[in-house]
Design a protein around this ligand. Structure first.
Ligand code: AMP
Length: 148
């Protein structure tokens, strides 16, 4: 865990604050949407990373992606949950970070996203960084500087 005195936007790296991949819930490209919905419901997360069979990062799937994929012309088609797979519904065009990036770079991404995936040179996901973690560090630093 990063101490408040070590927290510096320009020198602290993403690696020092990220949640490691083995603690991150994810789904795979070929999973049916029903599986993704179960993972999201059970974890309580709004979105999780999508990986391929080699743990390479492919995108993010959210509850709203899944609801949108169920829209038919006249009704919500629940059967789509088994007919479509994660690949059909996920968002692909989202930014990522590398472990050696600074928190300054991460800050800009976390303004628009509640979390961002961290990948290595082979595109494999090594962790995630969340907006909550970043805000906690700002809060701790604020109170430490105030002296309480
Ligand atoms: P938080 O800042 O902890 O509220 O998390 C914000 C978002 O990051 C969650 O809604 C999830 O989409 C994602 N997230 C946080 N922690 C995890 C995790 N351990 N596994 C997968 N996704 C996570």
């Amino acid at each position: 865990m990063l101490s408040t005195k070590d927290f510096d936007l320009e020198t602290t790296t993403v690696q020092e604050m990220m949640i490691d991949a083995d603690k991150v819930a994810h789904v795979q490209l070929q999973n049916p949407l029903e599986h993704a919905l179960l993972v999201l419901a059970k974890t309580g997360y709004n979105a999780v990373p999508v990986l391929d069979l080699n743990s390479r990062f492919c995108g993010i799937i959210s509850k709203s992606n899944i609801i949108e994929a169920m829209f038919g012309v006249e009704r919500i088609e629940v059967e789509q949950l088994n007919e479509k797979i994660v690949k059909d519904a996920m968002d692909q065009d989202i930014p990522t970070l590398h472990e050696e990036d600074t928190l300054e770079k991460a800050l800009h991404v976390l303004i628009d996203y509640t979390f961002v995936c961290v990948i290595d040179q082979q595109q494999q996901m090594t962790g995630i960084l969340t907006r909550r973690q970043m805000l906690k560090q700002f809060r701790n630093q604020y109170y430490q500087q105030r002296g309480n």
